[in-house]
Write a protein that binds this ligand. Structure first.
Ligand code: PEP
Ligand code: MN
Length: 294
């Protein structure tokens, strides 16, 4: 029979071996099997529903924001999008309205009841953006801004994290891990196209990433076809494909007058396009229930 001392030694050895074993990542299905459901206001992302986020690339003025928000609401979007802080390739392009843009988003929320998602680019702005937004967006260019990831990990609002232009799936998950490790488990992943040799589209939509991510992580995965293709003609088919591939939702740019948009007008759906898309997605939702049940 083992003595008390031997038993204690065995327990210590076991604890040491355990501490050497790599811990399952918080984002992984090993750490949590069931789908994470992210809640923001009246909206739910993940756990079987298909959530549509729509709105302009940028908040431009009250008229544009109210008009677009009303169409988003009328045709069935669950979350309103709009950038107040814009990451632009050129420093001379419209950079967003900042605080005024946040105010206009809050006004649009009051009018429609839709929760809003908007990008935060800087750790210094997180408190301010958090005081207005229902969901904080971390954009593609900031997916490996570790200071920002740590900061939004401490936020009390959900985070929509976009995949970077050159981010592998593993790097993308590690970026999300920063947020969960900070204590915020309300994270939505967004596939928005990656950079490839192809120039016919703005980026290349990696729909296979959705399948891989859904297997690897419990976090909801949405697709942004607008930034992936850069052309409104291709947005509807890729939005449909996103539903078919098993995404938890889509984020599309929609503008009441895209020809006048200050940013990304070419890829923004008109309200009429958005209406058609919503009815197409509705028609497909029965099929989605069938394959989710399988
Ligand atoms: C956006 O969604 O407003 C945006 C800038 O997208 P991305 O970060 O994917 O380029
Ligand atoms: Mn845009």
């Amino acid at each position: 029979m083992a003595s008390v001392g031997e038993n204690q030694n065995a327990a210590v050895a076991e604890a040491m071996v355990h501490s050497l074993k790599p811990q399952a990542l918080l984002v992984s299905r090993e750490a949590k099997e069931a789908d994470t459901v992210v809640r923001a206001g009246s909206a739910v992302v993940g756990g079987g529903s298909f959530t549509v986020i729509a709105g302009p690339c940028s908040v431009e003025n009250a008229e544009q924001m109210v008009c677009t928000a009303r169409f988003a609401h009328k045709y069935g979007a669950s979350i309103l999008r709009g950038g107040a802080y814009k990451p632009r390739t050129s420093p001379y392009s419209f950079q967003g309205l900042g605080t005024e843009g946040l105010e206009l988003l809050a006004q649009a929320r009051r009018l429609t009841g839709l929760p809003v998602v908007t990008e935060v680019m800087d750790t210094q702005d997180v408190d301010l953006v958090e005081s207005y937004a229902d969901i904080l967006q971390v954009g593609a260019r900031n997916v490996q801004n570790f200071c920002l990831l740590k900061r939004v990990g401490q936020a009390r609002k959900p985070v929509l994290l976009k995949r970077g232009l050159m981010t592998t799936i593993k790097e993308f998950l590690m970026a999300a891990e920063y947020i969960l490790a900070g204590g915020n488990d309300q994270v939505i992943l967004c596939e928005r196209g990656i950079r490839t040799f192809e120039t016919a589209t703005r980026n290349t939509l990696d729909l296979s990433a959705v399948c891989v991510l859904k297997e690897m992580t419990h976090l909801p995965v949405v697709v942004d076809p607008s930034h992936a293709v850069g052309n409104r003609r291709y947005v509807k088919p890729l939005a449909r494909a996103s539903l078919a591939v098993g995404a938890d939702g889509i984020m599309v740019e929609m503008h009441c007058t895209p020809d006048k948009a200050l940013c990304d007008g070419d890829q923004s759906l008109t309200p009429a396009d958005f209406k058609v898309l919503m009815s197409e997605l509705k028609a497909m939702s029965g099929l989605r229930q069938v394959w989710l049940a399988c």
